[in-house]
Design a protein around this ligand. Sequence first.
Ligand code: ADP
Ligand code: MG
Length: 238
Amino acid sequence: MAQLDIHELSKSFDATEVIKGVNLTIEDHEFCVFLGPSGCGKSTMLRLIAGLEDVSAGRLQLAGRDITHLPAVKRNLAMVFQSYALYPHMNVRQNLSFALKLAGMAPDRIDAKVARTARTLGLEGLMERKPAALSGGQRQRVAIGRAIVREPELFLFDEPLSNLDAALRAQTRLEIARLHRELHATTIYVTHDQVEAMTLADKVVIFNGGRVEQVGAPLTLFQQPANRFVAAFLGMPQ
Ligand code: ADP
Ligand code: MG
């Protein structure tokens, strides 16, 4: 069970509060999208969940365990960023293997997991290439593969498609949807793009100014926007 419970979560940078008492539950297996305008705190939310920032107040619980002050490496989650952040001096196989090696896994188990991940993502023909010899879409698939190979309890995506052109964006979006159907892992996906949100999400959380404006299934948000901000953000007539 990999439910994530967020309780009264706040974050300040110096004197400025950018996350303001967020309460939220992301259920096991759920594909949850954080949607909102630039600067509303989506990336900060993910970084707090990932342990890349210290929380100012509140609690985080993953699979029933309090992870609020657990170091990032001990949280069983994986994050995919908009920049690919691959190791440039390593080939695809080494990029996929690295975290498992660090964790001290036996080489034959690493090989099996890497082979399965490569199959899932169609990377088999690219294993000996360095990142510089890959297209943008291929790099992003390797970045997703690096997250999948660790079999985390929770996947975090921060605008993973924003560096891709329109055609690749559509294709990669379909791939992410397929992966979620296959792996069924609890996922939080950050975007400012409502098409991405509406096509991928089981549940959408609309953020504005560090607060949650509304939580609901895509259709519900359109049928029953909670307030003017949500209606306007979704482009509905006022
Ligand atoms: P989003 O991802 O929704 O665009 P962010 O989470 O990146 O928003 O930013 C939310 C707010 O927090 C913004 O006002 C941003 O300037 C501020 N912020 C983010 N990171 C830092 C930081 N390390 N130091 C100071 N302010 C930050
Ligand atoms: Mg962001």
